[in-house]
Design a protein around this ligand. Structure first.
Ligand code: NZQ
Ligand code: ZN
Length: 388
């Protein structure tokens, strides 16, 4: 196992009616900005409920944070924070609203060109770059990204998606009430299952470092997602299933399973380009890339793929290669059982677009991806061809 630091200060309040605690969680006498998306949280009555729980604090709303939140939209919220002297932000929504809010919190006190904050990638924003942040809490409505308990954000600007990371960007608290997911369209639930699953594979399907706890936690998450996936999509008001989905998604990217182990993230990096170029949902891009990537990288990932085949899919028969191939096939079938297409061509992307995608990877400096940093543009090309 590698050396690691584990730091996660987010207070989780999980279960039904946890919103009742809001009054105690948010400091008294503060001016609050509620951030939300395109309107689902208004329509469901959640925003109104939140306003009631905030009592007579001053509340301003900022709606319209779009999926794959855009820098320009977020800068409008930064203006509100600055002009209105906002003390606390409450993000109500899924990954896009939470990520967008993290950026707003960081950018509000950054005096130079806030686009600088998009250029740091996995280098963390520290207090010498941004002196202070506006604290924020979360009311989660879509289990998928893990953003409710981590310090990362993905922000869209021009034709790219930019990773922003900072220990100052953890939510102070996150309210995880599975009943708030009942209004989700099926496709968003399916996207969430895939996203949580692929966050797990990115931190597990690498090479062995004898990290037994992380491995078994990851295997538990994947087995749970396989077990509950289709029911989560089909039974919108099944509380226990939605509760398991919600906690799986949070656990998949709150740092616990990734501590002390190699991490890949190539599926995400290639997937981000597919969203930026063709507008394909984040979860769907992962369902397209992962099976193809595992196929192309099965030599490099052989040991962990074999462990995955045996422990997650319970494949006992056949040669090592047959077991691995079957596990990749089952992974694809699992995504498809959720109603998610796994081929680039099924999203209307033709083979002549592959060089454009590779060019985008190049322009974003993504030329040495994966846990071993040897996934070149040539290999990305092979993966995209295998994904057609
Ligand atoms: O905008 P509204 O009207 O709220 O509708 C949203 C949106 O259209 C809808 N929705 C959310 N909760 C709902 C609901 N509709 C009905 N009922 C509810 N309860 O769902 C749609 C998608 O929302 P979005 O927040 O975009 O989805 P998701 O949570 O999948 O987030 C995706 C974003 O997260 C980033 C992705 O790149 C993408 O930008 N990621 C963030 C990560 C992180 N911070 O750690 C890691 C991930 O890998 C991911 O990259
Ligand atoms: Zn993801």
């Amino acid at each position: 196992m590698f050396n690691f630091d584990f730091y996660n200060p987010t207070h989780i309040l999980f279960g039904k009616d946890r919103l009742d605690n809001l009054d105690k969680l948010v400091p008294p006498h503060v001016k609050i900005l509620i951030t939300f998306g395109g309107g689902s949280a208004k329509k469901s009555g959640l925003i109104e409920k939140i306003r009631n729980n905030l009592g007579n604090r001053t509340v301003i709303e900022f709606g319209g944070i779009e999926p794959n939140p855009r820098y320009e939209t977020l800068m409008k919220a930064v203006e509100v924070v600055r002009n209105e002297n906002i003390d606390f932000i409450l993000a109500v929504g899924g990954g896009s609203v939470i990520d967008g809010t993290k950026f707003i919190c960081l950018a509000s006190n950054y005096e130079k060109d806030t686009r600088d904050l998009l250029k740091l990638g996995y280098t963390k924003i520290t207090p010498d770059i941004v002196k202070k942040v506006v604290p924020f809490g979360v009311v989660l409505t879509l289990p998928a990204t893990g953003s409710e308990m981590n310090s990362g954000a993905v922000i869209s600007y021009e034709h790219g998606k930019y990773v922003v990371k900072s220990d100052m960007a953890f939510p102070v608290f996150s309210i995880l009430d599975p009943t708030y997911t009942y209004t989700l369209p099926k496709i968003q639930v399916a996207n969430g299952v895939v996203d949580a699953f692929v966050h797990t594979t990115e931190q597990y399907l690498t090479y062995p470092v004898d990290a037994r706890i992380q491995d078994r936690l990851a295997e538990g998450l994947m087995q749970t997602l396989i077990e509950i996936g289709t029911t989560a999509v089909n039974e919108s008001e099944n509380y226990d299933i939605r509760a398991n989905l919600m906690w799986s998604a949070t656990m998949a990217l709150n740092g616990i399973i990734g501590a002390g182990v190699p991490q890949d993230w190539a599926t995400h990096m290639i997937g981000h380009e597919l969203t930026a170029l063709f507008g394909i949902d984040h979860g769907q891009t992962l369902a397209i890339v992962l099976p193809a990537l595992l196929h192309v990288r099965k030599q490099q990932k052989q040991n962990k793929l074999l462990q995955y085949a045996q422990r997650v899919w319970h494949i006992e028969n056949g040669s090592d290669e047959e077991k691995i191939d079957l596990s990749i096939k089952k992974t694809r079938e699992f995504f498809e059982s959720l109603g998610i297409k796994t081929r680039l061509s099924q999203y209307g992307v033709t083979a002549d677009k592959i060089p454009v995608i590779v060019e985008q990877l190049k322009s974003h400096g993504l030329t040495a991806l994966s846990e071993t940093k040897d996934l070149t543009l040539e290999i990305s090309l092979q993966i995209l061809e295998a994904a057609m």
